[in-house]
Write a protein that binds this ligand. Structure first.
Ligand SMILES: Cc1ncc(COP(=O)(O)O)c(C=O)c1O
Length: 470
């Protein structure tokens, strides 16, 4: 164990056994250095690790504090089991939900996309404007699968910078991340195959499994680590799993990021059992503590991981540009693409090449992360002060969602159905988890500035929660 991990572990023990109380101030970095004899960097790393796990929080110029109402534990199934969900049926529910939150008058606390005011950077719009004025840009057809070479080169460079050797030919450009995930699962499975999902997962995974007629095995979340490595091993020993689909960085909807030790163990087991992994890493750029978390692709020595991502959460969901690190599956995926979406938008691919190669993307990401962190903190503070007793907030250093746990007798579906009548959208846990016991959580999109309208909507949400509780 590194020294910073040891220090983080010691502090975590003190929090979990109650020696350090909610909102208690931790020793300053300097004091901790003096007490422990460790370097400032080591102490800082330990504090940042605890912050990323949501165990402590920082206030500018005041220091670090133990998190309050906020639960260090990931809400998990009260009866954690590896479960087989042979016939998945979720498409109608997701369809109805997405339709209901679409109208512009609905307050978008249930949306999966960040506040569009933080996206669509003016420089990118300007580049698109310039490109649309040149007729030649509409006549090119060199962006057919696998997609624009220059864009694939830039994406490959970004992988290389994270220590993942990548060639442009490993990458296939797709129409967003969902297209990448869809094509990958289609390439690796046939109807009736077994796949493995985390128990709580982005509804897109359930939808695609339903469409492809797959048998879904799930593993429960681990209350501390997010990912339960023992349940994973048990599942792959019990069922003939062909493919896993995991989200391990800034998980949607819960928000946690799984540590590197566990990612390494997952990679080892994938190799041992020869199972492919489709990695949904669409929030990979939205961490905001320390360095960017590593993807599973980093730990993949045997080409078993298909890494999927997009620009939807960082630049804009309407651009519909994503990619898959397909490696040896590139040809197969291109074949499937030519039979479905054909190619991703050509003009947009050209615009992204210019935007990224002129270093506008990194600058935009820095501002975006800062704003998302700031906005989420305001929501968090408000919920912390005002949520009725018996509720918990799960807050992690990244993304823009808060995951709320309500007392177990309250169904988040009832809350959603009531609030949508008042044009307030919230995402109930039934969209992400098909286990009946997991019905009392809500995902709240906190990427918005704290306006009067947002405050009113959050007040209504809390008021109705309190009413249901009594
Ligand atoms: C976890 C997750 N994966 C994939 C997607 C799909 O991303 P895209 O809009 O790029 O298709 C979303 C969108 O909400 C998401 O939340």
């Amino acid at each position: 164990m590194y020294k910073s991990e040891q220090l983080a572990y010691n502090i975590k023990q003190l929090i979990e056994n109650g020696s350090l109380k909610a909102n208690e101030k931790l020793p300053s970095l300097r004091d901790q250095v003096d007490r422990s004899g460790l370097s400032l960097m080591t102490v800082l790393n330990a504090y940042q690790e605890l912050e990323s796990q949501g165990l402590i929080y920082s206030i500018e110029k005041s220091g670090y504090f133990v998190a309050g109402i906020f639960s260090p534990l990931i809400p998990s199934n009260p009866n954690p089991t590896v479960a087989l969900n042979a016939k998945v049926k979720i498409n109608s529910l997701v369809f109805k939900y997405l339709k209901s939150i679409q109208p512009s008058e609905v307050v978008p606390l249930g949306s999966a996309f960040p506040n569009h005011q933080l996206l669509n950077p003016p420089k990118l719009i300007q580049i698109m404007g310039q490109l649309t004025r040149n007729r030649q840009n509409f006549e090119q057809n060199n962006n057919l699968p696998p997609g624009n070479f220059e864009l694939r080169k830039l994406i490959a460079q970004r992988y290389c910078m994270q220590g993942i050797p990548t060639q442009p030919d490993d990458i296939v450009i797709t129409s967003g991340c969902l297209d990448a995930l869809n094509l990958s699962l289609q390439a690796l499975t046939k109807a009736g195959d077994y796949i493995l999902l985390q128990e709580t997962i982005f509804y897109g995974a359930w939808q695609i499994a339903e469409r492809l007629g797959l048998k879904v095995v799930t593993i429960p979340e681990h209350p501390q680590e997010g990912f339960d490595i023992e349940a994973f091993e048990q599942a792959i020993q019990t069922y003939p799993i062909k493919v896993c689909w995991f989200m391990l960085n800034c998980h949607n909807p819960i928000g946690f990021t799984v540590n590197e030790k566990i990612k390494f163990q997952i990679a080892k087991l994938l190799h041992e059992y020869q199972i492919y992994l489709i990695e949904d890493d669409v929030y990979e750029e939205l961490f905001y503590r320390g360095t960017k978390p590593l993807s599973m692709k980093y730990f993949d020595q045997h080409n078993l991981v298909l890494h999927c991502s997009s620009f939807s959460k960082t630049l804009g969901s309407t651009f519909r540009i994503g990619w898959v690190y397909a490696g040896k599956f590139s040809e197969h995926i291109q074949h499937l693409q030519l039979m479905s979406t054909i190619s991703a938008n050509t003009l947009m691919q050209n615009a992204l090449v210019e935007f990224i190669s002129n270093h506008h993307y990194e600058k935009h990401l820095r501002v975006l992360r800062r704003n998302l962190e700031k906005n989420k903190r305001i929501f968090f503070e408000y919920f912390k002060k005002n949520l009725p007793a018996g509720c918990e907030i799960h807050n992690y250093a990244g993304g823009y969602f808060l995951w709320l746990t309500l007392p177990s007798h309250i169904s988040s579906m009832t809350l959603y159905e009531h609030l949508i009548q008042q044009n307030i959208g919230v995402a109930p846990s039934q969209l992400f988890n098909v286990q009946h016991a997991q019905k009392n959580h809500l995902r709240i999109n906190c990427s918005f500035a704290w306006t009067k309208e947002i405050e009113m909507a959050v007040k209504q949400l809390i008021k109705y929660m309190s009413k249901l509780q009594n």
